[in-house]
Design a protein around this ligand. Structure first.
Ligand code: NDP
Length: 317
């Protein structure tokens, strides 16, 4: 199948028009002949076959009967799938890495240093002009378990393993990476947890993974467990986390994503001494790399050749 080489009409949606202007400029830098089209509220269908979107409203897809493929400018597609608005016959394509994996590995390593070396004590000591060195921290004491060994989780695993930490990984199907002890599926879950002290979540949000970070999960970690959630807020049962941290069965958590974002003022996480909060910044999108990847996939789509990153709707990622 060849889908032609004439200017390609693309239906765009982002929260700000300036964002779309940048996307269009980057696509043109990649040699794409793009004609942007937009759906205003109450307006009829555009007739576009391709859409490039970030956080689209459900109405965007309604009546766009000619739509064949939607590129999501993000790695997670849970919100689009949950809206139920995308017709089954439309391919949904997600971003693969585009710089996020390295950023998220950096975030995890920063959190590991904070936790394992208790860096907060030095900030406190500095306030009092106190010179109080600590002794060597042994990475062997801090085995790291990574939930999800996909594009992002595998990069985190490699980066953390390179620092000498024992690394465990968990995925749906059995994966094999150098330096990573891998577990898969329901059968491998408890064994994986029982070997991990730091638990990093890099899973997609699907019906199977919702609230996977719960009391039962935390109770199987090695003593002094710490949770780093960079997946989605709904992976975490927030009440369970608070209860476990308060009763001391979990030492703490580093949280980048939340059930409600922005995290509401007054939420107990904001002021909890054992919980670190960041505003969903662990894996920010590099728009230029994103459009470069989408341009490559659009060329394949036009030529009718296969490309990666197409979401399997049956499993939800
Ligand atoms: P991938 O699809 O490449 O990887 C997903 C991994 O999760 C795979 O290893 C997959 O297993 C595993 N997995 C999925 N479902 C299950 C399950 N039921 N049981 C066990 N393992 C499962 O995704 P990415 O690595 O690109 O992204 C992961 C997620 O990270 C995104 O969906 C998004 O939610 C989040 N994210 C967060 C960001 C932030 O800023 N906080 C930024 C970017 C992404 P298998 O290998 O067997 O397929």
């Amino acid at each position: 199948m060849n889908r032609g080489t004439s200017p390609l009409e693309i239906l765009f949606h982002a929260d700000q028009r300036e964002v779309v202007d940048k996307w269009v400029a980057y696509l043109r830098d990649e040699g794409m002949d793009v004609k942007p089209v937009f759906r205003e509220p109450g307006q009829g269908p555009t007739g576009a076959r391709v859409a490039i979107v970030w956080m689209p409203p459900a109405e965007l897809f309604q009546k766009e009967a000619k739509l064949e493929v939607v590129f999501n400018v993000g790695a997670g597609v849970d919100a689009i799938l949950a809206s139920g608005a995308l017709p089954d016959n439309v391919d949904l394509v997600r971003l693969e890495d585009t710089g996020m994996g390295a950023k998220m590995a950096e975030y995890v390593i920063h959190a590991l240093a904070e936790v394992t070396r208790n860096m907060g004590q030095f900030r406190e000591a500095q306030k009092q002009q106190l010179w109080s060195p600590t002794s060597h921290v042994y990475v062997e004491d801090w085995p790291v378990g990574i939930l999800g060994l996909g594009v992002i989780g595998s990069q985190i695993a490699a980066s953390v393993a390179a620092l000498g930490y024992p690394v465990m990984g968990w995925s749906r199907r059995q994966r094999h990476f150098d330096g990573v002890e891998s577990y898969a599926g329901a059968d491998g879950f408890s064994k994986f947890l029982s070997r991990s002290r730091i638990l990093v979540n890099a899973l997609p949000l699907t019906p199977e993974t919702r609230h996977i970070l719960n009391r039962e999960t935390f109770s199987q970690l090695l003593p002094g467990g710490h949770v780093i959630n960079i997946g989605r807020g709904a992976h975490l049962n927030e009440d369970d986390l608070l209860a476990c941290v308060n009763e001391g069965s979990l030492a703490g958590a580093t949280l980048d994503v939340f059930t409600t974002e922005p995290l509401p003022k007054g939420h107990p996480f904001w002021s909890h001494p054992a919980i670190e909060v960041t505003p969903h910044i662990s894996g920010t999108t590099n728009a230029r790399l994103a459009m470069r990847q989408i341009a490559t996939k659009l060329r394949a789509w036009r030529a009718g050749t296969p490309f990666t990153g197409v979401v399997d709707r049956r499993v939800g990622y």
